[in-house]
Design a protein around this ligand. Structure first.
Ligand SMILES: O=P(O)(O)OC[C@H]1O[C@](O)(CO)[C@@H](O)[C@@H]1O
Length: 384
């Protein structure tokens, strides 16, 4: 570890026990809104509707029912928290637990007619990119390479606002935040410099996706650019194995998105061909829906990231899992909190929760009070 980046003292994990805090508002207000939306969107039968309605009545953390395929994993992960309120356990853990309970209630993993039905599917389908967005991204191909590069990072970064859980909460609260396109940390140049240094790593770039739809579209166009310009010999696109945090991308969402490219779009054709010949590989892992952070990732993922030229982590949740969902002082160095990651890593994230590292001294104090949760600010951070 370089001298300027001592391992920082670990601050406590973020919890939701202060009623005035952002995490408390997510558990108290956002989760019920998410359940209400699922109930409105999907005609589940009465027993499922009852389980969903009761999901939020008691905040006590209890083991998963014994017929859940992963109940033993959750027994292990939940052991320190059983019997406590969701508001008292780490926020990241509580959110994961909520989504796991929601999927159990809808029978997503269980044998039966509802197995594999995405409870957030209707929301995702209602928020797809339009023809205009597709054409605009397509049109970037005629620009000089450098301009394409910066436009695509910006599109992929700001696409991260397309988070349906976040939008739903803003609508419910009557808040539509001003969109101040502001980068509080911008390592974009470092990102491209690193990718231009051909020969670093095995030529693979891993992209750990976040939301489907409006975020995944620019991600795919960025992936096409990396492959087409030789900045990546191959790309792994990591997606969630099950519906999660409302709009997170699954394999089915990637396929839907590819179908959306106009028939005359070379990007859509190239990406489908890349999937066929393996230069674009879809990867998923149970880790992505577990209440864990990247230091606890399985060996198989660590090996992929360790061999890659670069791993690009998209979105707020991946950021929290990368640096640790803790009350870090904003000036804590990005390098010191990501030193454990097995290879070069870039985070592209609009700021939608309290966790922030890597700001210049004094910078946070100049930002508006709600800057960490408004989604109006963003960061591109790179540890090359
Ligand atoms: O889609 P993203 O960028 O990962 O954001 C999801 C975010 O939504 C929340 O669930 C609530 O804001 C955050 O806790 C989470 O980090």
């Amino acid at each position: 570890m370089p001298a300027e980046s001592p391992v920082p003292v670990l601050p406590p994990p973020i919890r939701s026990d202060d009623p005035a805090s952002f995490p408390a508002s997510v558990l108290r207000d956002r989760h019920p809104a998410i359940v209400a939306r699922v109930l409105a969107d999907v005609p589940f039968a009465a027993p499922v509707r009852r389980s969903l309605a009761t999901l939020l009545q008691d905040p006590t953390v209890t083991p998963l029912p014994r017929d859940a395929h992963d109940c033993e994993d959750w027994d292990r992960w939940g052991e320190p928290y059983f019997g406590r309120s969701m508001f008292e356990v780490p926020f990241l853990w509580a959110e994961n637990y909520f989504y796991r309970r929601l999927l159990y209630a809808t029978g997503y993993h269980e044998p039966g007619p509802w197995r594999g039905i995405d409870p957030f599917g209707p929301q995702k389908a209602a928020d797809v990119p339009g023809e205009e967005e597709l054409r605009a991204l397509d049109a970037l191909q005629v620009l000089p390479e450098e301009e394409q590069a910066s436009a695509l990072v910006a599109a992929s970064l700001w696409g991260n606002r397309a988070d349906l859980g976040f939008q739903l909460a803003q609508r419910e609260a009557g808040e539509v935040h001003e969109r101040v396109d502001d980068l509080v940390v911008d390592d974009t140049d470092l990102l491209w410099k690193h990718l231009d240094r051909r020969g670093a790593g095995n030529g693979t770039v891993c992209v750990v996706a976040d939301n489907a739809g409006r975020e995944l579209l620019p991600d795919l166009v960025l992936i096409d650019f990396l492959l087409r310009t030789g900045r990546a010999a191959r790309v792994e696109l990591h997606v969630k194995p099950a519906p999660y945090f409302v709009s997170d991308a699954l394999t089915a969402d990637v396929l839907d998105e590819l179908r959306r490219f106009p028939a005359d779009s070379a990007i859509g054709r190239r990406l489908s061909a890349a999937l066929r010949d393996g230069t674009l590989e879809l990867v998923t892992d149970a880790f992505y829906c577990a209440p864990l952070e990247f230091p606890q990732m399985p060996e198989s993922l660590a090996a992929r990231f360790g061999a890659a030229r670069l791993t690009i982590l998209k979105g707020d949740l991946n950021y929290r899992r990368l640096v640790g969902d803790r009350s870090w002082p904003a000036e804590t160095s990005f390098l010191s909190t990501t030193g454990y990651f097995p290879g070069p890593v870039a985070a592209l994230r609009t700021v939608k929760s309290d966790v922030v590292v890597g700001l210049a001294a004094g910078a946070a104090a100049k930002l508006p009070a709600s800057w960490r949760t408004s989604g109006a600010f963003a960061m591109v951070q790179v540890r090359a």
